[in-house]
Design a protein around this ligand. Structure first.
Ligand code: GDD
Ligand code: GTP
Length: 433
């Protein structure tokens, strides 16, 4: 039997995802029509014999209750949210809830960072892990560019055995272009390693004569620094390198990128989720066709959204529940969140329109994509800071927080608008507070 743990952090995390994470916990932000971590859950339920999914974080339980109930109903698998009393680090929560994870005697469990998106190769990882008899942890790994690799956990691997011989978390100088994807499968014996780290920490705390030690901090364990780094080179950690699509989901810009890739994955797994282009010439479809808007490429439209027949959507657009898209509207490479309204003939490009926001007529809302450099093999998304070195806003996608009002006939370019703001004119490269 197998289990899976999804690490979602808490309200203090995901700051680069603001203002979108102000009204909804970041792990529940919808990408390609599903809350971010529902994609993780779908990958897990497709693993044979996986019996339980535990979501670990320090968000208040109330923020996850409805989501967990929905997931249990949809996938008919045990799913629970376990709340850490404080941020315990990427392995502190695993250790704290060890009895919950070990109950029922799973042979292994997956650990998935909630803030990554991927075509998760979980079944392949399981097979690989089972072959490596000595393995305590198998890490999903991928190739990055030399410059970008240092922002990730870096892996040095024995090419013949796939053993991780050296691991450095976010090194300050180049170590390796093979990086940690934040997706693991662990054997149950890993808890002995966690316990050893925990006990050492506690000893240090009690031996600290100064009395300045912090009891809470003594419970914090980082999987990368406290477990993987010391275990590397001992023959107990392996890495499975994949070329599957993978990215971090740290910034709002990366949500647009993730949206595109998850929509693409629907081609092979969930064609039903993609809005279909019209089948011209089929008489029986004629009537239905009249009701449809124009679709280009991959588009997700929630069944409760209203899209006018003369609107054109796509490629790579998600329209969430209850959104209303007016006549002649054009939307590309964007996410329109629930209850948003976009009035006649407006244009939305490379943008996220927040919940309940309102865009007037003949308005242009446009952002700059921040995709990985297509000319560099293995390039990942850069997660640039909001401001560049001269204090100017870095060009980014345009984001409207929730319940923002954009008037008719204005241009909003590369801007971030905080919730509940009512704009009265055009803006370019600004954060509107
Ligand atoms: N439950 C819980 N408790 N989850 C946590 C905590 C915590 O205290 N701290 C972080 N997390 C979750 C985050 O929500 C995120 O999903 C994941 O653990 C990783 O968190 P970060 O601390 O933000 O690490 P990172 O994303 O910068 O780096 C990690 O992921 C990279 C791949 O995306 C590392 O594992 C890197 O080595 C790796 O390359
Ligand atoms: P102490 O100096 O004893 O604390 O240990 P250390 O520096 O050997 O260990 P640490 O846990 O910091 O890192 C383990 C190993 O990772 C180091 O021996 C280095 O080989 C490597 N390493 C750590 N940080 C970096 C870095 O920024 N760049 C590079 N190239 N290697 C690093």
């Amino acid at each position: 039997m197998l289990k899976a743990v999804i690490l979602i952090g808490g309200p203090l995390k995901g700051t680069r995802f603001r203002p979108l994470s102000l009204d909804i916990p970041k792990p529940l932000f919808p990408v390609a029509g599903l809350p971010m971590i529902q994609h993780h859950i779908e990958a897990c339920v497709n693993v044979p014999n996986l019996k339980e999914i535990l979501i670990l974080g320090y968000y208040p339980t109330s923020e996850l209750t409805q989501f967990v109930a929905d997931m249990v109903q949809e996938y008919k698998v045990n799913i629970r949210y376990l709340q850490e009393f404080t941020a315990l680090g990427t392995a502190g929560g695993l250790y704290h809830f060890r009895d919950q994870i070990r109950s029922g005697n799973p042979e292994a469990f997956f650990v998935l960072n909630g803030d990554v998106c991927a075509d998760f190769p979980l079944v392949e990882m399981l097979r690989f892990h089972q072959e490596k008899k000595a393995s305590l942890v198998t890490i999903m790994a991928t190739e990055a560019t030399r410059q970008q690799s240092v922002h990730y956990g870096c892996i040095v691997q024995d090419r013949d055995t796939s053993e991780v011989t050296h691991y450095v978390e976010k090194p300050s100088t180049f170590v390796s272009t093979l990086i940690n994807c934040g997706v693991y499968i662990c054997s149950i014996e890993i808890f002995q390693t966690f316990a050893a780290v925990f006990n050492t920490r506690q000893q240090e705390y009690y031996n600290d004569a100064s009395g300045n030690g912090n009891r809470k901090e003594a419970a914090v364990i980082y999987l990368e620094i406290d477990v993987l780094m010391p275990l590397a080179g001992t023959g107990r950690v392996f890495a499975l390198q994949t070329s599957n699509w993978w990215s971090q989901l740290k910034t709002a810009g990366s949500a647009i990128y993730a949206n595109r890739h998850y929509l693409e994955l629907y081609h092979s797994r969930h064609m039903d989720r993609l809005a279909q282009e019209d089948f011209v010439g089929e008489k029986e479809k004629e009537k239905e066709k009249e009701k449809r808007c124009n679709i280009i490429g991959d588009v997700y439209i929630h069944p409760t959204a209203t899209v006018h027949t003369t609107a054109t959507l796509g490629p790579n657009v998600s329209i969430e529940a209850g959104a209303v898209i007016g006549p002649g509207v054009r939307i590309r490479e964007s996410i329109v969140l629930s209850g948003a309204t976009i009035l006649d003939h407006s244009l939305v490009l490379h943008s996220i329109v927040g919940r309940g926001s309102h865009v007037g007529q003949w308005t242009r809302v446009e952002g700059t994509p921040c995709d990985p450099n297509p000319n560099k093999p293995f390039a990942k998304m850069d997660n640039p800071p909001l401001f560049n070195s001269d204090g100017r806003l870095n060009p980014s996608i345009t984001i409207l927080g929730c319940s923002v009002k954009v008037p008719s006939e204005v241009i909003l370019l590369n801007s971030i608008v905080l919730p509940y703001k009512e704009l009265t004119r055009s803006f370019k490269n600004e954060i509107i507070l």
